[in-house]
Design a protein around this ligand. Structure first.
Ligand code: GLC
Ligand code: CA
Length: 536
């Protein structure tokens, strides 16, 4: 297959838009679909665009917004707050006209408790939709059906007095789990996928997929897993029996099969593997689903400390485990994790992370605002929106800090809205904003642009092989090699200068994260410097 014949996702860079926070077109303080349309030029289609080739839109469906749209009441429509289906169609058309593919968030595991299906299901024990959700009796001693915990804190079972049974909610009480073991549910969810595929979306980001298959006997989660609970954000997702059940891949294959009925569609799954299972856990997704249309996000880099040895371990091992047709999908940020620049602790490190991400194989994924070097916003207790923080306050689980509005300029509400923004604008928006960074050749934004432009025309980065590389301590590096281009990538993970061995000094510098003219040869890496070199 030539480069041109390959499906688009083999050479794409994905950009995640959290629609509430991207751009507000009508002054109600909340971003919307017309806002995204107005700002598409920022992403691609013009010489000064960022240069990403695909977007993933977090949910915009009708929803009571208990989990900001991850609680859906109608899978085939748009929340009036975000616009209309007509706006969505326009968005699709305008995005495609600019060479931007559109992935939408699909939430298979649960619906809102206000969804018509659930209203029916909870109405009576013999309702035809009863078995579309997961209902259980209390144990004979009156206790909960089992010890499963909700990801957002507290038991995963909610008593419903109408019918005297408990329903399962792996996430919020307002997000009852669908029963994927029921073939009618699978069929209904496939229909929702087809609705959007028929409209012309290019694929899906599949939410929380591990949960769609559970332990068939609903046994207790092992206590060891529960004691790990909450050591880390979303740690409950490591629980052993409330997820990762025996039918997981079968159900995912079913969804991949739907996508396969259309040309060039792509699914990326959200699945945080068990900590004891990392590389093997990801590889099983490729092996068991359908690597022609579906790949898992690799979340290791979002969870790891900024440490060269750790990154070498993660990336070398993962690349080594991948078969040729398994496309990696790396990411360094999303709407559930602290901001990249905050996690790394400095803009200099965030710059080197940008270079690393955009030189890795596969489909790199950027989280909106990271291209500006945004840090976590400061959210006062009375400003908290995220239910995670409301349920378990003070542990740092809250996701609002990473969801603050994208600052477009230095005006009052950062040009995001003319109204009152739903989350506060970041305090540093006077200089961390699109307009200011546009005019500063040394800004984070211009570094991202440069890296994306270079990647687009580089056969080694877009298609080349990945080879591990021996480097000095605290440096992680690799080679990217195609027939007629051989590149070396080196990333200094620490805040001091590191001398480079001879072999690197013969290569030609191409891009550095440090400003100023490139030297003829690079003999050392400055603090937190990352470089691309061309082998001669
Ligand atoms: C995923 C989403 C997260 C959401 C949860 C429940 O982890 O990324 O934002 O709260 O699923 O749908
Ligand atoms: Ca709005």
């Amino acid at each position: 297959m030539t480069h041109a014949e390959e499906p688009w996702f083999k050479h794409a860079v994905l950009y995640q838009i959290y629609p509430r926070s991207f751009y507000d077109s009508n002054g109600d303080g909340i971003g919307d679909l017309q806002g995204v349309i107005e700002k598409l030029d920022y992403l691609n289609g013009r010489p000064d665009s960022l240069g990403v080739t695909a977007i993933w839109l977090s949910p915009f469906y009708p929803s009571p917004m208990a989990d900001f749209g991850y609680d859906v009441t109608d899978h085939c429509d748009v929340h009036p707050m975000f616009g209309t289906l007509h706006d969505f169609k326009q968005l699709l058309k305008e995005a495609h006209a600019r060479g931007i593919r559109v992935l939408i968030d699909f939430i298979p595991n649960h619906t809102s408790d206000e969804h018509a299906w659930f209203k029916e299901s909870r109405a009576s024990r013999d309702n035809p939709k009863r078995d579309w959700y997961i209902w259980r009796d209390a144990k004979t001693d009156g206790s909960l059906p089992n010890n499963w915990e909700s990801v957002f804190g507290g038991p995963a079972w909610q008593y419903d007095k109408t019918t005297g049974q408990y329903y399962l909610h792996s996430f919020l009480r307002k997000q009852p789990d669908l029963n994927w073991d029921n073939p009618e549910v699978r069929k209904a969810m496939h229909e929702q996928m087809r609705f959007w595929l028929d409209l012309g979306v290019d694929g899906f980001r599949m939410d929380a997929v591990l949960y769609i298959s559970k332990d068939p006997e609903y046994r207790d989660d092992p206590v060891e897993a529960l004691s790990d609970f909450k050591k880390d954000q979303l740690a409950a997702q490591w629980n052993a029996r409330s997820q990762n059940g025996p039918h997981l891949y079968e159900y995912l294959r079913g969804m991949a099969e739907v996508a396969r009925q259309y040309p060039h569609k792509f699914i990326v799954t959200e699945a945080y593997p068990h900590p004891w299972d990392k590389v093997a856990g990801y590889v099983r997704f490729y092996e068991n689903v359908d690597p022609r249309v579906c790949a898992p996000f690799n979340f290791e880099a979002i969870m790891a400390d900024w440490n060269a040895a750790e990154f070498r371990h993660i990336i070398d091992n993962f690349q080594h485990a991948l078969e040729l047709e398994y496309m990696p999908v790396y990411c360094l940020g999303n709407h559930d994790r602290h901001r990249l620049a905050t996690r790394l602790g400095s803009q200099a490190a965030a710059r080197s992370a940008a270079l690393l991400l955009l030189t890795l194989p596969g489909m790199p994924t950027l989280y909106y605002g990271d291209e500006l070097g945004m840090i976590d916003g400061k959210i006062l207790p009375e400003q908290v929106q995220d239910p995670y923080e409301k349920n378990l306050p003070g542990h740092g689980y809250g996701r609002d800090p990473a969801r603050t509005p994208l600052p477009w300029n230095d005006s009052k509400h950062a040009g995001f809205t003319t109204g009152q923004p739903w989350l506060p604008i970041n305090a540093d928006h006077a200089h961390v904003n699109v307009a200011a960074e546009n005019t500063d050749p040394e800004s984070m934004l211009n570094l991202y642009r440069k890296l994306l432009a270079f990647r687009r025309q580089s056969p080694a980065l877009e298609d080349g092989e990945y080879h591990g590389l021996e480097t000095p301590e605290d440096v992680f590096g690799f080679r990217r090699v195609s027939e007629d281009e051989k590149l070396i990538v080196l990333v200094n993970f620490v805040n001091r200068t590191i001398e480079l061995p001879e072999k690197f000094q013969q290569a030609d510098p191409v891009i550095s994260t440090h400003d100023g003219p490139l030297p003829a040869a690079i003999t050392s890496l400055r603090p937190h410097e990352a470089v691309i070199l061309r082998e001669v």
